[in-house]
Design a protein around this ligand. Structure first.
Ligand code: FAD
Length: 479
């Protein structure tokens, strides 16, 4: 190979950029990681958004996908400062009238609280939990011939239908509502095919490894990944926004932790016209409106389960959540949006001064929305936690434009790097033999716009780096 400044350059230090950089550096290559902002981490940053001493997760907060990530599990992240805290309950879901259901570690306990849906819950989830070790590598990577086709087909049969179909397995409003909340993480109308998949994956994760949060904030996960990368000899430069590939030092491989629209801006003139056309057709989905609060006390949820859960899904019934998601997808704002709320300081006393608390919440909004949703989000929380507003000391909000300014990957407020509906599920970012390769030799995409998609797990970065290792450096690696 001819002499270059680096073997590889990675642009963007989100969990996928960090994972790609680590995978390459582990092979003894020289790797430079560039980040536009002053702090590394992308969707993993935390900071004092409201008042001094209150540490808020600016983007991601709860980490079932990271805790279960086949790649992260191979890394010595604990030795580099990462400590997971498991809330007593992964998720709680309150209903009008004061009742709530929750996802416990135990399947039996979760099912028992679903009354007449006890058996139906166990029949659905138990076989999938048992089969998970056989199918996780196929599901958390690019589309290839599966290593366990039968197990994958069984999962597919349950994951392919919409949530609107999945809830027909159940009779109670509690079970239907619980599944609607889990599946609404898909950021799509719940009548769309495959919306069951994300609900199933998150439910399996809750029973297998819980929904933990990193002690000290999500930033600690980014710091642990970066610390390990640097310990291997990797180099990081922050405050370096890459506007064009021509800015980069020379390298045999360049991996971009950015979405297709940004790839076009950085490298458009060097890409083939067919590939550029394909990237141009890539679709982004609905956005989010986010609020962080500094509180004088914990959120006073009426239901005991909600006071013990790391995450609370607020949206009442399946029908209400379905209406809220359908509205956001069709460009409308719901007055009773589905709200995802987390309460890290209940379980991690490093997040707020003694006796005080933090809370984090967002709702889905139309792509590109600039409407302030603070009022409706607070109203939804107050609905199940009367007195919540009296505890607010300070707040910070992000609309979709502000989110995109904060992290260029959140196009129109889309936190998944592009919509993951049936039309794009198998073709993100474009239909090609390897989704990570671009049409330019040595240039790869490693962000959540590639398989397996959004969430903090690093698997997009790992697989993109694996592809580059094989193509450019003629090395084959396996987890
Ligand atoms: C409000 C919110 C809540 C979320 N909650 C969760 C959660 O609880 N759990 C979970 O698992 N996931 C959650 N997510 C999603 C998760 O954060 C993302 O899926 C994940 O961070 C994607 O990782 P990535 O590495 O692909 O990209 P990102 O994390 O977005 O990182 C991309 C990085 O590239 C940098 N960059 C972009 N353009 C350039 C450029 N031109 N030059 C240099 N650098 C550049 C950015 O600054 C950024 O640091 C949430 C996201 C948001 C916004």
């Amino acid at each position: 190979m001819d002499k270059k400044d680096y073997d590889a350059v990675v642009v963007g230090s989100g969990p996928n950029g960090l994972s790609a950089a680590i995978t390459l550096q582990q092979q003894g290559l020289s790797v430079l990681l560039l980040e536009a902002k002053a702090t590394i981490g992308g969707g993993l940053r935390s900071g004092e958004l409201t008042l001094p001493g209150f540490i808020h997760d600016i983007c991601s907060a709860i980490h079932p996908m990271a805790a279960g990530s086949p790649f992260f599990k191979t890394l010595p992240l604990q030795q580099h400062g990462l400590e997971y805290i498991q809330p007593k309950l992964a998720v709680a879901h309150p209903f009008d009238g004061g009742k709530a259901v929750a996802v416990y570690t135990s399947v039996e306990e979760t099912a028992r609280h679903l009354g007449i849906d006890d058996r139906a819950y166990q029949n659905l989830i138990v076989p999938l939990i048992e089969q998970w070790p056989d199918i996780e590598n196929d599901l958390l990577g690019p589309l290839t011939f599966p290593s366990h086709p039968l197990a994958l087909a069984k999962f597919g049969l349950k994951a392919l239908p919409s949530v609107a179909t999945l809830v027909n397995h159940f009779r109670t409003r509690e079970a239907k509502g619980l599944w609607a909340g889990m599946s609404a993480h898909s950021l799509q109308p719940l009548t769309n095919l495959t919306t069951s998949a994300i609900g199933l994956v998150l439910m399996i994760a809750a029973h297998r490894q819980g929904w933990p949060l990193p002690k000290g904030g999500s930033q600690q996960m980014a710091n642990a990944l970066a610390s390990y990368f640097v310990s291997l000899g990797g180099k990081i430069e922050t405050n370096t926004e890459v506007k064009s590939l021509s800015q980069l030092p020379t390298a045999h491989a360049v991996l971009l932790d950015v979405t297709p629209r940004q790839v076009l801006k950085m490298a458009g003139h060097k890409l083939s016209s067919l590939y550029s056309w394909q990237l141009n057709r890539y679709r982004y989905g609905m956005g989010v409106f986010k609020v962080d609060w500094a509180l004088d006390g914990a959120i006073p949820f009426t239901a005991e389960e909600c006071r013990q859960a790391g995450t609370v899904h607020i949206g009442n019934t399946f029908e209400e959540i379905q209406a809220s998601e359908a509205a956001a997808a069709s460009g409308k704002h719901s007055d009773r949006p589905f709200v995802l709320a987390t309460q890290q300081s209940l379980f991690d006393d490093t997040r707020a001064p003694q006796g005080k608390h933090t809370a984090w919440a967002y709702c889905h909004v139309p792509h590109g929305s600039t409407l302030d949703r603070t009022e409706v989000i607070e109203k939804q929380i107050e609905r199940y936690a009367p007195g919540f507003r009296d505890r607010i000391l300070a707040k910070h909000t992000f609309n979709t434009e502000q989110l995109e300014r904060y992290n260029f990957n959140y196009i129109g407020g889309d936190i998944n790097g592009g919509i993951i509906d049936i039309g794009q599920l198998f073709t993100r970012p474009v239909l090609r033999s390897s989704p990570y390769r671009t049409s330019l030799k040595g240039l790869y995409i490693c962000s959540s716009s590639t398989p397996p998609g959004g969430g903090v797990h690093g698997m997009c970065g790992y697989h993109a780096a694996r592809r580059a290792l094989k193509d450019v450096f003629k090395k084959s690696i396996q987890l």
